[in-house]
Design a binder for this molecule. Structure first.
Ligand code: SF4
Ligand code: SF4
Length: 339
């Protein structure tokens, strides 16, 4: 239902165990005036640790006013995993000037917020911050890798009746943030709008593979052998674009960038647990020469048969360009009868 509220949407953005990259990404939103755009969408940024002026006592007053209900907290955003260490005390990260663990502030504020949004894979599932032994004891808001629970627990529902909205990605795309906030502001975000991992479906119902500029190489299994090559990176360089849910290549960063376009294989950063793949990010695990991570909705036997057929029919142009860092064979020009 459309939210018919003249009041701007109050958004509070906190950070914990992350690198700040999701904020950096937000600053790269495809607009010369991010704050003007937010205001135009009816979004009022109550406070952000690196984008807002207030600090110290002024921030404390904002937080307390939210908890007391004097200030309506529409959306609580958390960037970064929740630092719960050492020994479950949360004291690895005290909210400066308050003496309280950030973990406790987040838990309390999530109770009064209409919506709680995990900005980035760290906040959603633990992400890179939870990789390996994770001495910081860092769950996501409602997941720990692919196990539901996290800081807020499996049963958590915000005041609007939704679980934590996971804007998974490392970093998350700026438009995934602004589009989500806009959907909330318009009252258009309900549980049906989220996928199984509670990512907004407007971006998670796509695969990174969709729109990748290397699709022609993929079709003919013309594979890159080193990172600078133009070919498809699935066979040798660990690309998981056929399995990772996101629209990165349909909606590139700054209108033109994506990992694949920059020559880096997709490491499926929008998926829970991507940080611990069990192999090098730039290598493709294989059994009997066949990649283990095949497209999820394609029977393995079909893939093997089609790959063999494709390889036998690879045009020379693709075969040679696939292992070069620039086009060495250009598409032929000939009379096609198309004009
Ligand atoms: S999700 Fe990635 S970019 Fe965002 S805070 Fe975590 S490590 Fe940084
Ligand atoms: S490089 Fe990855 S995303 Fe691009 S076509 Fe190959 S498998 Fe798909």
């Amino acid at each position: 239902m459309m939210r018919l509220n003249a009041r701007p949407l109050n958004v509070l953005w906190l950070q914990s165990g992350g690198c700040g990259g999701c904020t950096m990404s937000l600053l790269c939103a495809d607009t010369p005036d991010l704050f003007g755009e937010l205001a135009g969408m009816g979004i009022n940024l109550l406070w952000h640790p690196s984008l807002s002026e207030p600090s110290g006592r002024d921030v404390r007053e904002i937080l307390d006013a939210c908890l007391r209900g004097e200030l309506t907290l529409d959306v609580l955003c958390l960037e970064g995993a929740v630092m719960c260490g050492p020994g479950g005390t949360g004291r690895y990260h005290l909210f400066a000037g308050t003496g309280r663990p950030m973990r406790d502030w987040v838990r309390d504020l999530a109770e009064v917020a209409d919506y709680t949004v995990a900005v980035g894979s760290c906040s959603a599932y633990g992400g890179i911050s939870a990789a390996g032994h994770a001495p910081g004891e860092m769950p996501g808001l409602q997941y720990e890798s692919d196990l539901v629970g996290g800081l807020l627990g499996a049963d958590f529902r915000s005041k609007a009746g939704l679980p934590v909205i996971n804007l998974a990605g490392c970093p998350t795309h700026p438009e995934w943030v602004t589009e989500t906030l806009m959907a909330v502001a318009m009252g258009l975000l309900d549980e049906d709008a989220l996928d199984e991992w509670r990512r907004p479906r407007f971006y998670a119902d796509h695969l990174v593979h969709h729109g990748c500029a290397r699709n022609e190489y993929y079709e003919f299994k013309a594979s890159a052998e080193k990172p600078s090559d133009l070919g498809c990176m699935m066979e040798h360089l660990g690309c998981k674009g056929t399995q990772a849910h996101a629209d990165c290549n349909i909606r590139p960063w700054n209108g033109q960038g994506s990992c694949l376009r920059g020559g880096y294989a997709c490491i499926s950063c929008t998926e829970p647990g991507f940080q611990d793949p069990g192999h090098g990010f730039l290598s493709t695990p294989k059994v009997g020469g066949i990649p283990v991570g095949l497209p999820t909705d394609m029977p393995k036997a079909w893939f093997v048969a089609l790959a063999a057929l494709s390889k036998s029919a690879t045009p020379e142009r693709l075969r040679r360009n696939a292992v070069a860092d620039h086009q060495v064979v250009r598409p032929k020009n000939r009379k096609t009868g198309l004009k």
